[in-house]
Design a protein around this ligand. Structure first.
Ligand code: ATP
Ligand code: MN
Length: 477
């Protein structure tokens, strides 16, 4: 295989002939020699190229600006200079593509907003190439974890006819002519004429199909794109995001919590062990950012310490009811610092979740046994008639990172709940079949992959951890 800059930064230096292909990150020149930093994306560090004007015409060098792409042949030699132990002394320079001073990422400070506006080129910046390498490593760790633990990776459909999951607003998928919609006798749109002969949408979750697969394969997981058409312009919501959804036969709520905790710790540890360079770059960036923050907004820990802390400590496990009591007794509540009301039965807002995690426990929290009226129809009902066996995992800086539950396996209870909540039992006949034939206790959860990447990279805005974010009024690149 061709050598990358990562390889060249690791091999033993013995004046060997090497070829370096990559983009110019920086260049400085003196009278007789110039130094060019190059990067090819294989790792965070650049390699230094020495251009001696006795070998390479100064004219050639003049045109080479930041952003240009080159193929350099030369000798890999020990470097006497500061900041690197090796360099490539160029013998020939081939120009693949020149850039010019319009190239947006000149070697100076750029705000994240500016970089986001140039998202089509941002994989070339140090910050974003680090983020996307970490994203890759986390995705790999997800597959490795489940594979090593006997789970099967299943692919659930992206186009779905059930809009009954209740997880969020959906995007319609249609081939109907929007100017000439076919109508039924009663004047409604006639989806029988549509491609699938029924109304279809992009999926908000692979869970229901995941449950079907778990009822034959035992332990499965999905890892694919999901879509929500909710108009939430927040730093934690995307219209298109990736979700990991394990679903396990014979797992009860406690097993589900154990799995969720073990799993997130594993993937975070994987990043700590395998992405040191990239994490260092992001940590340095965050330390710079913190300098501009007010004292009370400063985070108490640096990025890498925060990740280690999560891996090394048990998550706090409490019930929703206990959480409400903590919130009601908090100084925050007494001083009326919460914007949204706190009382038993309300859905917790992110300000409440973050209070519990960041102020009260100062570590991740798993909340269980939520009121049934704020949770989905498929969650297993507790004997108290009021709560369901739900579990949400809350993370510092993020809020909800995982939502899951033990599933209701009893046919009658499930059907009754669906009718109460207006979920069409006839459309979901196939889902109910799992409870008709050999039903089993089972559990699962959904982890929002981008929220995990946000936590590990320390990025404040979810739009910065997916290469091409989709959000309300945003689908440019
Ligand atoms: P939230 O309350 O934060 O909007 P949710 O309760 O609607 O999330 P679930 O339906 O439980 O989310 O989805 C499971 C997981 O998917 C969440 O825990 C979260 O990590 C992630 N997630 C949900 N909605 C989004 C979104 N719009 N963008 C990115 N990730 C999301
Ligand atoms: Mn949720």
């Amino acid at each position: 295989m061709k050598q990358t800059i990562k390889d060249l930064l690791q091999v033993v230096v013995q004046d060997q002939e090497v070829t370096v292909k990559g983009w110019v990150k920086n260049r400085r020149g003196s009278k007789n020699v110039a130094f060019v930093s190059m990067n090819d994306g294989s790792c965070a560090n650049n390699i230094q190229i020495v251009v001696d004007f006795n070998n390479i015409p100064e004219e050639t060098f003049k045109n080479i600006t930041v952003g240009a792409c080159l193929c350099v042949k030369g000798q890999l030699k020990k470097s006497e200079g500061q900041g690197q132990d090796r360099e490539v002394v160029a013998e020939s320079v081939e120009i693949y593509g020149l850039a010019n001073d319009k190239y947006p990422f000149q070697p100076k400070f750029h705000s994240l907003e500016f970089i986001r506006d140039n998202a089509h080129l941002r994989s070339r910046t140090a910050t974003f190439s680090s983020i996307f390498r970490i994203r890759h490593a986390l995705a790999y760790a997800v597959h490795k974890y489940y594979n090593d633990n006997g789970f099967y990776y299943v692919h659930t459909p992206i186009i779905t006819a059930s809009d009954a999951e209740g997880a969020g607003e959906m995007f319609r998928v249609t081939t109907l002519d929007l100017h000439k919609l076919p109508k039924t006798e009663t004047g409604e749109i006639d989806f029988k004429e549509d491609f699938f002969g029924r109304a279809t949408n992009l999926t908000v979750s692979g869970q229901l199909e995941g449950e079907l697969m778990a009822m034959g394969l035992g332990k499965i997981y999905t890892f694919g794109p999901t879509f929500r058409a909710e108009n939430s312009n927040t730093t934690r919501h995307l219209a298109e995001f990736w979700m990991i959804e394990p679903e396990m036969a014979f797992y009860e709520l406690e097993d589900n919590m154990d799995l969720a905790e073990d799993f997130v710790k594993y993937v975070i540890r994987y990043a700590l062990d395998n992405c040191k360079e990239d994490l260092d770059i992001l940590e340095k960036r965050l330390i710079e950012e913190e300098k501009n923050k007010k004292q009370e907004e400063k985070s108490p820990m640096n990025l890498i310490d925060k990740l280690k802390f999560v891996v090394e400590n048990n998550f706090e496990r409490i019930t929703y009811t206990e959480a409400i009591d903590i919130l009601l007794n908090s100084n925050y509540h007494k001083k009326k610092k919460f914007q949204y009301e706190v009382k038993w039965g309300v859905d917790l807002q992110s300000e409440h979740e973050r209070y519990l995690v960041e102020k009260h426990f100062e570590k991740p929290v798993i909340l269980t046994n939520y009121p049934k009226d704020i949770k989905s129809f498929y969650m297993k009902q507790n004997d108290d008639g009021k709560t369901v066996r739900a579990m949400d995992v809350l993370f510092p800086g993020i809020g909800e990172i995982i939502g899951g539950s033990q599933r209701e396996e009893n046919y009658e209870k499930l059907e009754t709940r669906m009718k109460q909540m207006g979920v069409p039992t006839d459309e979901l006949w196939w889902y109910l079949d799992t409870r008709r034939f050999g039903t089993a206790p089972h559990s699962g959860f959904g982890l929002g992959f981008e929220r995990l990447v946000q936590f590990v990279t320390g990025m404040g805005n979810i739009r910065d951890v997916i290469p091409f974010p989709r959000f309300p009024k945003g689908a440019e690149f």
